[in-house]
Design a protein around this ligand. Structure first.
Ligand code: UTP
Length: 304
């Protein structure tokens, strides 16, 4: 089955790092988010992946060369929203298609997710539903979709994984959305296209995805780092390492306290510093700093 992964966005909420790295390639727990996304997809037998690319597209194209899979890359020339991005990758066909956001990691069996005859939406309960796409259910079927509604009728948020049993029908719905110029927050949203589909009589079920990890904003990326981190148990004689900590290759750690919940990527030099609950990007040189709850790069002054 084909899967579409949109990764064209600017990732503004993870600036300044997303000025240098496409958001999907920012690391957590020792490797880029995209690797965490792709590995379970391949394990479930997905054999055709379409990336919707734009901002820093060469990085994505280059990164996935290490995988043996049929990839294609389609450019979204203007960032008009997720609905528009997905449309860029759709064809007129009755085949099913999976759509997964490029900033969300799922630990689940994709075969099970895609086993329904309905369309399927991954959902999770949230405390602040007005920030999300929300589904309203009746007898286990979706009867309405809401995108960033001030007062939605449920707290079941769309987590970023979608199975469509007919690619062509999704394509027609997003085309209609654009023709009618239906926008939320000035973007063509996939949720608004789903609302058109449900009103046309398409069936949607939900699939709970409690084990999903968002990497789209700093707090979520740090939370996902904490949850996915596996120590690689490196020792540095002049420093104290409080596990779990992942330390990449070719790093110097001197007179420092590192951890818990720290990822340090390759080629970093750290002197006289205390780092906790943080991600340090490749090639950083950090001296005499305290870094707590940050994603940091270079001399530590680039952080969010
Ligand atoms: P987001 O809206 O969360 O990502 O879209 P973004 O636009 O990169 O981030 P911010 O809002 O500026 O911080 C979720 C996914 O959809 C892709 C993004 O790359 C991300 O993987 N996307 C979004 C597109 O490919 N194109 C778009 O027009 C919008």
């Amino acid at each position: 089955m084909k899967a579409i992964i949109p990764v064209a966005g600017y990732g503004t909420r993870l600036k300044p790092h997303t000025e240098r790295y496409q958001k999907t390639l920012l690391p957590l727990a020792g490797k880029p988010a995209l690797d965490f996304i792709l590995e379970p997809l391949f394990d479930s037998g997905i054999d055709e992946l379409v990336f919707i690319v734009g901002h820093l597209k060469e990085q994505v194209i280059d990164h996935v060369k290490k995988y043996d899979c049929k990839f294609s890359f389609i450019e979204q020339k203007n960032r008009l929203g997720l609905g528009h991005a997905v449309l860029t990758g759709l064809k007129i066909t009755d085949e099913p298609v999976l759509v997964q956001l490029g900033d969300t990691i799922f630990n689940l069996d994709y075969n099970e997710f895609c086993s329904s005859t309905d369309n399927v939406i991954g959902v999770d309960e949230v405390d602040d539903p007005s920030r999300f796409g929300i589904v309203e259910l009746k007898d286990d079927k979706v009867i309405n979709f809401f995108e960033k509604h001030p007062n939605p009728p449920s707290n079941l948020a769309i987590s970023g994984l979608y199975y469509f049993n007919n690619e062509g029908k999704l394509k027609s719905a997003i085309e209609e959305l654009i023709k009618r110029n239906i926008k939320t927050n000035n973007e063509y949203q996939i949720t608004d296209a789903l609302q058109l589909m449900v009103k046309q009589g398409e069936n949607f079920s939900v699939f709970p995805t409690p084990n999903y990890y968002d990497v789209g904003v700093p707090e979520a990326l740090l939370y996902s780092n904490r949850k996915l981190l596996i120590s690689n148990h490196k020792e540095f004689p002049t420093s104290k390492i409080i596990e779990p900590v992942f330390i990449g290759d070719n790093c110097i750690i001197d007179n420092s306290i590192i951890g818990p919940y720290v990822t340090i990527m390759n080629n970093c030099d750290i002197y006289n510093s205390k780092i906790e609950d943080s991600i340090i990007l490749h090639d950083s040189n950090i001296t005499d700093m305290q870094i707590l709850g940050k994603i940091a790069a270079k001399d530590g002054s680039e952080a969010c």
